[in-house]
Design a protein around this ligand. Structure first.
Ligand code: SF4
Length: 447
């Protein structure tokens, strides 16, 4: 056994990110995660599928941040998996999570190419060994715009392109709630991010981007922080479907339902992608797999993927549901989240119109959706907790008996059918009805 495997994170430290060399204990064995700095061939992804079947339980997660997780490992098989994955020579991310669009460098619709800034931050962080001293979940997002939206992803430090020359600096949380610290020139952006990371490292492993206040940031940035706070327009990017990148290249963005897929099914999709001449694939936000190739190949792959049960459009009700591993895969879970998600996708498909997120969480930790959602359900020791327009970690509006989990979701569907006005989307409807009426509907005993 290699030395680092002696260091497997015990269950009590589940907040630590599972990496390839530091697997985490879950309800269905150990879990290892890899993330990528570039695209790979469909054959490479097929090889990863084969390793998931060989060493794990044959299930793969594509995470909300574009990581690939192997499930059902043992100490021995996790060790073997690490050796085999490294032998594939894939562009694996090491050290600090510096994230950008999976289509970076390929997408002509971006405002700015992020690759140089990402490389400078990653290289400097590695040279300074910062990831050893920073919080395990520390993340930097460099968002150059384009087809892939990153605004819902939490980031300790976020750079968002205003144009080719200027970047907005934001700190903590998802974009809507982040502290907008000011504007940086492109030439200063990477150096300032590194200085902020060094500052956080000096504060210790619990310091996060949200702990930085404006005075501290101004002190670090000096006159490189331009007193010009602009609202960066958010483009109406859609998470899945056909995306034209350049005159010659397109992307097919699709996702496994609820972020999980069998190695066999993903391998079959990769075989099809290879046969169609798809050039590369890279996982990305919203559990997406971004296949890049010629227009015809991408369109054919999307059509095939839809037949195979993948999500290929934001109008798929499953794309409005954020769901974690739940029972039995996670030992902390109180409810079988995926079972409930399948029930919801069928029972109230009309309500899941893309205007809201239904969050189904196995416990109050909220791994699948750390930010607020309009409908947030989570398992607790007492029953199914519901929070309207909040996070699953908030104090719930009501806790329903376990036995009524599916019935509660069905009651929401009936409420929608009864109250829905033509032309009104689900978010507007639920906002109009308000918390009290929704909670009353959930409580109703209609058995
Ligand atoms: S939120 Fe879900 S995956 Fe995360 S610890 Fe709780 S049950 Fe497990």
């Amino acid at each position: 056994m290699s030395a680092h495997l002696v260091d497997i994170k015990p269950f009590a430290r589940r907040g630590v990110c599972p990496a390839l060399s530091a697997p985490m204990q879950t309800g269905d064995g150990l879990l290892s995660r890899v993330a990528f700095t570039d695209g790979m061939s469909p054959e490479d992804l097929q090889n990863l599928c084969a390793l998931a079947a060989l060493h794990g339980n044959g299930l793969l997660d594509i995470t909300a941040r574009g990581g690939v997780q192997f499930r059902g490992l043992t100490v021995k098989s996790a060790n073997a998996l690490e050796v085999d994955v490294l032998a594939l020579g894939l562009p694996l991310r090491q050290g600090l999570a510096v994230e950008t669009s999976p289509l970076a460098g390929l997408d002509d619709t971006t405002i700015a190419d992020t690759r140089a800034i990402v490389s400078r931050i990653s290289d400097a962080a590695a040279a300074l060994n910062l990831h050893e001293r920073l919080a395990a979940k520390m993340s930097v997002i460099v968002d150059g715009g384009g087809h892939v939206q990153m605004l819902d992803l939490l980031a300790d430090i976020r750079l968002k392109a205003i144009d080719g020359d200027f970047w907005q600096l934001m700190l903590g949380g998802a974009e809507a709630k982040a502290l907008k610290a000011g504007v940086l020139r492109a030439g200063d952006a990477a150096a300032i991010v590194i200085e902020l990371l060094v500052h956080l490292a000096e504060k210790g492993p619990n310091a996060r981007g949200r702990d930085l206040d404006l005075e501290t940031v101004c002190g670090i940035c000096g006159d490189r922080l331009i007193e010009r706070n602009v609202d960066v327009p958010t483009t109406a990017a859609v998470p899945y479907g056909f995306m034209r990148l350049t005159d010659d290249l397109s992307a097919a963005a699709l996702a496994p339902a609820f972020g999980q897929i069998s190695a066999e099914a993903l391998s079959a999709l990769c075989r099809k992608a290879s046969a169609l001449g798809i050039i590369s694939v890279r996982p990305g936000p919203a559990h997406g797999l971004f296949f890049v190739g010629r227009e015809g190949a991408c369109e054919a792959l999307l059509s095939h993927a839809q037949q195979a049960g993948f999500v290929i459009g934001a109008d798929d009700p499953r794309s409005s549901i954020a769901v974690c591993a739940g029972e039995p895969a996670c030992a902390s879970a109180f409810i079988p989240t995926r079972d409930l998600a399948n029930h919801a996708a069928v029972e109230f498909a009309a309500l899941l119109d893309g205007s809201l997120t239904l969050h189904l969480s196995g416990c109050g930790k909220g791994c699948a959706h750390p930010t607020s959602s309009l409908l947030a359900f989570s398992g607790t020791a007492e029953g199914l907790a519901f929070t309207f327009s909040g996070r699953v970690s908030d104090i719930p509006d009501v806790i329903l008996p376990f036995a009524e989990q599916k019935a509660a979701l069905s009651r929401l569907a009936r409420l929608y059918e009864k109250e829905h006005k033509p032309g009104e989307n689900a978010r507007t409807l639920l906002d109009r009805l308000g918390r009290q009426k929704i909670v009353a509907a959930l409580r109703q005993d209609d058995r």
